[in-house]
Design a protein around this ligand. Sequence first.
Ligand code: ZN
Length: 148
Amino acid sequence: MTDIVEFLTARLAHDQAEAEAARDAHMGYYATEGDAQWCVSDMGEGVHTEPHGAVVVVGSHGHLNDSVAHHIARHDPARVLAEVKAKRAIVALHMPEFVETINPDGDERSGDVCTLCDEAWPCDTLKLFAAPDYQHPHYQQAWSVNLT
Ligand SMILES: [Zn+2]
């Protein structure tokens, strides 16, 4: 059975691989300059890389809705790679620690506790990170959280 950290690590690796492939596909020999941004054309013709001008998506008004173009540009590879890096750091903060406690009534309890949240592990933070991938075959219903 996959634990939630393995699950999240695999999803982040997948996001990273796809973002790097998309970055490299549109950067050509500039691929090592991974900080290029995807920008919506001022003329409403699509999305291109900045500063190199490689075309990402082409579409005139009516063929590429402005909101779709802005969405694509906002989720460019550089942003996705930055998000992957940040999420890996957050996941690393929420590791389990095995804890045994005895309350004043003498009841013994033991289990994994999040070292940061001090709640049962996996904590809600990790569960919330996993939530967008609830349809993945390795997602476990035990990780579901109420998102109301
Ligand atoms: Zn936590």
